[in-house]
Ligand binder design. Structure first.
Ligand code: HEC
Length: 313
């Protein structure tokens, strides 16, 4: 009679383990690689470029080896205005090519064939750089290597483009991964009441070729998949990242003021100690308003992170 409960327990455990192994091994599984890229997946791949996590060309996650997402208003070759402005993904010479161009299988049936035959993605070479577009003219979207199809070079596209039309989405995603935003934020609204608050859940094909997906698993803050649609204010993001308590008095989000670097947009050195002292005076009621937040410099990490967050539409 001794240990009878344990014997029963061990058998129950063995039975459930066996059953679940059978389900795993015997049931037909869904082949994730069979999913077909949506235009969302193409945009993510092209704007983040090669891995946004650790990679040899960016070992410290500083946002190196990343493409630029550029709003193009004039045809870079003829300089004539385009009928409608379009986004181009600019890979300067030396930037690693996106997953979809090197591993075309990851695009999925249909999109793969179009990208190779009409988009000429296989002709894109790292040494000379390339400019990509998302072509949505047919039923399926595909990746187009505009350097091969239209003769657009990275240099031509970047010539005369205003800084505000350049978005550092890829480098910003690297900041998002590095700073651990995913400890508190998901990029995955679920099929529950989430719909009403955070917007529609993603589709399976939205993730083709994305690495890493940065879903997150826990929420201490809101889901961010569509945050750029709720709040497109660069100014608000700037205040909120410098110190979340400036706009949300009880926020538990840490401040990310160190992403500003040493200097602000006008080249002035940022005096963090002075800022802090004035902010403390404000909190104690000695100042009527908090000190101004410095505008992030063009090449600061703060600007890149904000570019990424605002791209989450
Ligand atoms: C300790 C948890 C925590 C971390 C880490 C964190 N956040 Fe937050 N975040 C929050 C909370 C809580 C809120 C809601 C309160 C607020 O707005 O500050 C929030 C709000 C936000 C919002 C506004 C969301 C909305 O719906 O308007 C954005 C954008 C955001 N966080 C981005 C980031 C980014 C980017 C990072 C990484 C650099 C980050 N957060 C890191 C907890 C966190």
């Amino acid at each position: 009679m001794a240990f009878r409960e344990y014997k029963v327990g061990a058998r129950m455990f063995g039975f459930s383990l066996g059953t679940s192994m059978c389900i795993t091994l015997l049931f037909p599984s869904f082949d994730i690689a069979a999913s077909v890229s949506t235009d969302v997946a193409l945009d993510k791949q092209l704007s983040a470029g090669w891995d946004a996590g650790f990679q040899l060309k960016d070992p410290l996650l500083l946002g190196w080896n990343k493409p630029l997402k550029v709003l193009v208003k004039n045809d870079p070759v003829t300089n004539q205005p385009l009928a409608e402005p379009i986004y181009a993904y600019v890979y300067k010479p030396g930037t690693s090519m996106p997953n979809g161009a090197t591993h075309t299988d990851s695009l999925g049936e249909g999109v793969k064939q179009l990208s190779i035959e009409q988009g000429k993605v296989k002709e894109a070479k790292e040494a000379s750089g390339a400019v990509f577009l998302i072509n949505k003219s047919g039923k399926l979207p595909y990746m187009e290597n505009a350097s091969a199809t239209r003769g657009w070079t990275p240099g031509d596209v970047l010539k005369g483009v205003a800084d505000e039309d350049i978005s550092h989405v890829g480098a910003g995603k690297t900041m998002f991964v590095r700073e651990g935003c995913w400890w508190c934020h998901t990029l995955l609204p679920e099929q529950t009441q989430d719909w009403q608050v955070f917007g529609a859940p993603p589709m399976l094909g939205d993730f083709n070729g994305e690495s890493p997906t940065a879903f997150g698993s826990d929420r201490k803050g809101p889901d961010l998949l569509h945050v750029g649609s709720r709040n497109a204010s660069r100014e608000w993001m700037m205040l909120h990242f410098f110190n979340p308590r400036l706009v949300q008095p009880h926020s538990i989000m840490p401040r990310f003021d160190y992403l500003w670097g040493d200097k602000d947009a006008s080249g002035q050195k940022i005096d963090f100690d002075k800022w802090r002292a004035e902010y403390n005076d404000y909190r104690e009621g000695k100042n009527p308003s908090p000190p101004d937040v410095p505008v992030p410099a063009k090449d600061s990490e703060a600007r890149k992170l904000i570019d990424f967050i605002l791209s989450l539409k």
